[in-house]
Design a protein around this ligand. Structure first.
Ligand SMILES: Nc1nc2c(ncn2[C@@H]2O[C@H](COP(=O)(O)OP(=O)(O)OP(=O)(O)O)[C@@H](O)[C@H]2O)c(=O)[nH]1
Ligand SMILES: [Mg+2]
Length: 392
């Protein structure tokens, strides 16, 4: 499906920037337009792929391009004050060609955390197409203010969007690696998972269009009804053979008449589906109790058989207890077969329960935290005296 992506704050901007690169590399055609919004000028300048005219600096009058220093109330205020500037950028994109908006933001900082829900509310009022969020939760070691920001923003964001897709940095931290270095890998994981999912509804004309291909309406229906979503993923390599067909390195198949053994293909698909659902999710949770799910099997069409997808789908119905599990394929000439599973409306999420607890407890020591964030802001404005190249 075609998305208008808006990255809010630093994490959001970097991830949308990365989606553009993924789109180019894989020809997936999911990013119809990309916009970055930030209160920090340096973060906007640091982006690689988002067009200059789609980079919107907000809050200039208040924070002079220095960011809001993890104060998400200030983030929300500057977003409200400058919403027209964001809308001006959106006015330049062909929204009639877009299936949905996707607002991407880190929930732990100030700009994205405060601003993303404000933008979601604004877009919902103006447009009829769905507005989805992709919210990134901070690592638990980032400190109290980040956790508190996430706890508060999460509640607002999930209420304002049609569905909130979540990625939890905390469960993706690489041991022994700095978070900054780790972000590169994490962002790659984010774009791969969500890219395959949204890309499934975007099979081009010349491509192999089977009956069971997933289309955008199935993605939209799975996301409709709201709540929080998480994505599971697993893949297996397959080898290209010299005659242009493909051979599996698992089956050892010699490429007889139809190339592959159907029973073997079915078994491989069902085990991939299990791996995807029971392995690490973008937001770890119990899959039982999920309201709706979508299974996307992608890879060369000779590896995708309907029986395998059907079995995987049934298995997901049993595991989740959901009566609404969709499934289909996404033919792609890549040397791998992958299963991506969207679990929408998940109910049993330990991380979110903890965040809600934090939000409640924080009412008690709110003043300390406000103090901390004011100091952060002062520091930021003080040490950034050297002028940056003007961007606008
Ligand atoms: N996955 C991922 N998470 C990131 C990245 N950069 C930052 N984060 C996370 O996002 C949170 C918010 O950070 P930023 O996006 O820098 O904050 P901001 O929205 O720019 O807000 P301010 O800097 O306070 O104005 C952090 O606490 C991190 O958890 C990134 O590149 N990838
Ligand atoms: Mg920032």
């Amino acid at each position: 499906m075609k998305l208008a992506m808006i990255g809010f704050g630093q994490a959001g901007g970097k991830i949308v920037d990365r989606f553009l690169e993924y789109d180019d590399r894989t020809n997936s055609g999911i990013v119809r337009a990309a916009i970055a919004v930030n209160s920090a000028k340096a973060d906007l300048i640091g982006l690689d792929n988002i067009p200059q005219e789609n980079r919107v600096l907000i809050g200039q009058a208040r924070v002079k391009g220095h960011g809001v220093g993890a104060d998400n109330e200030l983030g929300a205020e500057v977003a409200e004050e400058d919403i027209d500037e964001v809308q001006n950028a959106i006015d330049q994109i062909p929204t009639h060609e877009v299936d949905a908006f996707l607002i991407v933001a880190g929930m732990g900082g100030g700009t994205g955390s405060g601003g993303a829900p404000v933008l979601a509310k604004h877009l919902k009022r103006i447009y009829t197409i769905p507005v989805y969020g992709l919210g990134v939760l901070p690592g638990t070691d980032e400190g109290g203010i980040y956790t508190l920001n996430a706890a508060r923003s999460f509640q607002t964001f999930v209420r304002e969007v049609d569905n909130l897709l979540v990625f939890d940095n905390d469960s993706w931290r690489q041991t022994g690696e700095s978070m900054e270095g780790g972000y590169d890998q994490i962002n790659e994981e984010i774009v791969r998972r969500f890219g395959i999912l949204f890309g499934a509804g975007e099979v081009g004309d010349g491509e192999d269009v089977a009956e069971s291909v997933v289309d955008s309406s199935e993605i939209i229906n799975t996301l409709s009804g709201g709540g929080v979503s998480t994505v599971g993923y697993a893949s297996e390599e397959v080898e290209l053979n010299t005659s242009g067909g493909l051979l599996s390195r698992f089956t050892g198949d010699d490429g007889g008449d139809d190339g592959l053994d159907a029973a073997n293909t079915t078994n491989r698909i069902t085990s991939l589906v299990r791996k995807a659902a029971l392995g690490r999710l973008t937001l770890p949770c119990e899959i039982e109790g999920t309201e709706r799910a979508l299974l996307v099997l992608s890879g060369p069409s000779e590896y995708l058989n309907r029986k395998g997808i059907e079995r995987g789908r049934k298995w997901l119905e049993e595991e989740t207890g959901s009566m609404e599990v969709r499934g289909g394929d996404f033919p792609r000439e890549e040397p791998e077969v992958s299963a991506a599973i969207l679990l929408s409306g998940v109910t049993n999420v330990p991380r979110i329960k903890r965040l809600q607890q934090v939000a409640i407890e924080a009412q008690d020591n709110i003043e300390d935290i406000q103090q901390e964030s004011e100091e952060n802001l002062e520091e930021l404005v003080e040490d950034d005296e050297d002028e940056l190249e003007p961007l606008f």
